[in-house]
Design a protein around this ligand. Structure first.
Ligand code: SAM
Length: 278
């Protein structure tokens, strides 16, 4: 039984990193005229009202996108500017909403591209389906398992793929399934660009996750993390990161600029990563 609802966490600091990474990758994929397939394995509800009781209960957005959005626009690095522009543009059609990964991607995809969005939670799937159904024909919501869905999409007929894997990690099996799925992705489409979000709750758990995925992938990759608090043995997320397989050109330095900007504005206490781009 899934209990995680992204509405409690929408627009938090993890969304800032994840969505800035997603938008930069979408931008790069679209520099070529050739189509690509976008696969969002853990899509959530699509978009979120920040005045909803869920968001109001945690107020995580206050230390995330809302804090960022209150900073002067000048001087922000490209990845931040792109995110702010996308959210502002989105609010014209959906006032008071923060776009989740499906809304950001669906807005950006061209008519030649295709998007597949997987979500298991019944209520969030209903919202997602209602939202995507009102858009264009090249996006589909699936009420099914995102790991299996991903593999069913590959190899993509478009020959290029961008994948976002954003599990809630509420089940231990998320940690063990990920490396197995990545091994299969590599076998089916080794040019896929894969963006994997992960939390740092227990440092050795996230280190093991990175290690096992890298072992499965055996190719170009980097990880980049934002540190919100010193690591601790008590439960609670102290950092969050993106592990990117086949990163698009210039993404790692772009995220370093983002991390520096967030640190300079006291939104994180630091950032770190390892670039194994070949
Ligand atoms: C972190 S949220 C997704 C947020 C979204 N990617 C965004 O950036 O706006 C994770 C979602 O995955 C869903 N979920 C959990 N396990 C899943 C699975 N095996 N397949 C598809 N969805 C799953 C949860 O119900 C939850 O809505």
């Amino acid at each position: 039984m899934l209990s995680y609802r992204h509405g409690y966490h929408a627009a938090n600091i993890a969304d800032v990193l994840k969505h800035a990474t997603l938008l930069a990758s979408l931008d790069w994929m679209q520099r070529k005229e050739k189509p690509f397939r976008f696969i969002d394995t853990h899509a959530g509800a699509g978009h979120y009202r920040l005045d909803h009781p869920f968001a109001q209960k945690t107020k995580e957005a206050d230390d995330g996108f809302l804090k960022l959005d209150a900073l002067p626009a000048s001087g922000a690095p490209a990845a931040i500017k792109r995110l702010r522009t996308a959210v502002e543009r989105y609010a014209i059609s959906f006032p008071g909403h923060y776009p989740g990964s499906p809304a950001l991607a669906a807005t950006e995809l061209r008519a030649i591209d295709r998007g597949d969005f997987y979500e298991l939670h019944p209520s969030d799937f209903e919202t997602l389906d209602g939202y995507l159904g009102g858009l264009r024909r090249n996006v589909d919501a699936h009420h099914s398992d995102g790991f299996e869905g991903l593999l069913s999409c590959l190899p993509a007929v478009q020959k290029r793929a961008l994948v976002l894997i954003d599990p809630s990690y509420e089940m231990d099996s998320d940690f063990t399934r990920l490396p197995k799925v990545i091994r299969e992705v590599k076998a089916r489409q080794n040019n896929a660009v894969v963006l994997i979000w992960y939390p740092v709750i227990y440092r050795n758990q996230s280190d093991n996750l990175l290690k096992s995925i890298r072992n499965a992938w055996q190719g170009s990759n980097f990880h980049f993390e934002l540190q919100s608090a010193p690591d601790s043995s008590a439960r609670g997320m102290t950092a969050n990161g993106m592990l990117v397989l086949n990163p698009t050109y210039g993404l790692y330095p772009a995220l370093e600029s983002l991390g520096q900007y967030l640190a300079d504005n006291n939104m994180v206490i630091g950032f770190q990563g390892e670039d194994h781009t070949e």
